[in-house]
Write a protein that binds this ligand. Structure first.
Ligand code: 6LW
Length: 505
């Protein structure tokens, strides 16, 4: 539930509108329905797709790339590779999605009549160079594909053929690095070219230019960057990679990525880059971005709260819900609810969370404080619960052969932190993430991650606690955020249920 009321009963929007690792949002509207897609990197299925009726409450309706033929990630491909920066558009009665698979296949285009899927097999775009492809059609039916840099080439979106060389359109503001994330729109008399620049870290920002045709020439907005939080102490940082959408009442809105660093200095963000919403107005033919804050005045239309993700999954369905993601692929025999009715069974491949090819199925951490529990039967193997940034940054509690063990890996340091005997039979494993609200000194981390087992009376038998900054993007590097989930390190491990509970503080 993302709607709250002040005592005066003025509705507000809680930002981020899609919390957790959901970066590079791209949005489009069809009638009263909005659809949004995000990057997914090394996770399978890829490109989560969301639906909303109000721009504020979003429900994941699927993953665009949910078949191996659409998403090929080599099993040894690095984390924070894979799928970058979708553009999602509706044109000519169907949905179009273009992404980059930086781990091999390059730029790929998909279509669907229903954004919940199925999406088509990929159309390869070998003549489109660079990440962050965008699609825009002009009145003559030409399809323009614009990429980071910022370059542009005309394409046939049905075949992937390109026509002519890539033309440089605009390099962004003088001196700013990484002009990227272009989106091209026809709005009124102009074509607008929206970009991100400054890099996706603290200097990120959004700039815009306009021109008479989709190919330019483009004149930069005198007020660039039209959005940035660089150099401020704003709680939302790294703001950039935006997309624009017009509501049925003609108001304009921007979705963008931002992060919420916590702790002392330099600040660590652990939930990845999240999707935020901000209103946009227009002055002299230029967009003016409203104040981006954790709490915005609500839009003028009735809000339509959407059901939140269920706190608990009992694995009673034959298919996993779309928020569950695995690493690089998900062979049905390695991750199945069909082997033991009402349980999720994971079969180990690879030896551990240090491997790129490990059987891991998890969900994004979406709250700064949360409690995760699962009933685990490891009689036939070894496995448990893990908090994962990548294969070099993770912590886990696992059980096997009558013992529970907590391990942590931070870069090259990889150690078993604590262990204790446990009775044979299924055991409830537990991880508690607690945001730190009082910064004791400059080095205070953003949260603590505590791992242990649940005693028969329901109390938490803590085994070890870790400063959460070691599982942050500032430490791990890359583009992702925390995913918390279940893994098998050896044999078969069965999970009766998995509960994720936000903890408000
Ligand atoms: C993406 C680029 C960016 O391709 O980060 O923040 C890259 N923006 O536009 C990966 O998400």
């Amino acid at each position: 539930m993302r709607l709250s009321s002040t005592p005066e009963n003025t509705a507000t929007v809680t930002n981020p509108v899609i919390p957790g690792f959901h970066p590079d949002p791209s949005v489009c509207r069809v009638g009263e329905d909005y659809y949004l897609a995000c990057s997914s990197f090394e996770y399978f299925p890829g490109v989560p797709v969301f639906h909303s009726r109000d721009l504020v409450h979003w429900t994941q309706i699927g993953n665009a790339l949910d078949r191996p033929g659409q998403l090929r990630l080599p099993l040894d491909s690095p984390s924070s590779g894979g799928i970058y920066a979708p553009t999602l558009r509706h044109h000519d009665g169907r949905f179009w999605l273009v992404v980059t698979n930086v781990s091999g296949d390059g730029n790929l285009l998909f279509t669907a009549t229903d954004p919940a899927g199925p999406w088509s097999d990929p159309v390869r775009l070998p003549g489109v160079h660079g990440i962050d492809p965008d699609l825009a059609w002009d009145d003559d039916g030409n399809c323009w594909c614009t990429t980071a840099g910022v370059g542009q080439v005309r394409i046939d979106p049905h075949t992937g053929e390109t026509f002519g060389p890539t033309r440089r359109l605009w390099s962004g503001s003088p001196g700013a690095k990484a002009p990227e994330a272009p989106h091209l729109y026809r709005i009124g008399d102009y074509w607008y070219l929206l970009i991100a620049e400054g890099g996706t870290e603290r200097c990120h920002g959004v700039s815009i230019a306009r021109g008479p045709t989709p190919t330019g020439p483009f004149e930069p907005c005198p007020a660039n960057p039209i959005l940035t939080h660089r150099g401020t102490d704003h709680p939302i940082q790294n703001t950039g990679h935006a997309d624009l959408v017009q509501a049925p009442d003609d108001s304009w809105w921007m979705v963008l990525l931002g992060v919420r660093p916590g702790g002392g200095t330099p600040g660590w963000h652990v939930l990845g880059r999240e999707t935020f919403l901000v209103p946009v107005s227009w002055t002299d033919g230029w967009p003016v971005v409203g104040e981006l804050s954790p709490s915005l005045p609500a839009p003028s239309w009735p809000l339509r709260p959407a059901p939140a993700l269920p706190d608990r999954d009992d694995f009673d369905l034959s298919e996993l819900a779309p928020h569950w993601v695995s690493l690089r692929h998900r062979p049905p025999e390695a991750c199945t609810t069909k082997e033991k009715a009402g349980w999720l069974t994971l079969h180990a491949r690879g030896g551990s969370l240090d491997d790129t090819d490990v059987t891991f199925t998890g969900r994004r951490q979406q709250h700064t404080s949360c409690r995760v529990r699962a009933l685990v039967d490891a009689a036939d193997g070894r496995g448990g619960l893990a908090v994962r940034l990548d294969e070099r940054h993770h912590c886990a509690i696992e059980v096997s052969a009558g013992e529970a063990r907590v391990s942590a890996r931070i870069g090259p340091l990889n150690t078993v932190v604590a262990s204790r005997p446990v009775p044979t039979g299924p055991v409830v494993l537990r991880i508690e993430v607690a945001a730190v609200h009082t910064v004791h000194d400059a080095r205070t981390g953003p949260d603590t991650v505590t791992l242990g087992i649940e005693e028969p009376d329901g109390t938490f038998g803590e085994l070890a606690s870790l400063d959460g900054k070691y599982l942050s993007t500032e430490v791990a590097g890359g583009f992702t955020g925390r995913v918390i989930g279940m893994f098998a390190g050896a044999g078969a491990v069965h999970f009766d249920w998995f509960a994720y509970e936000p903890v408000d503080r």
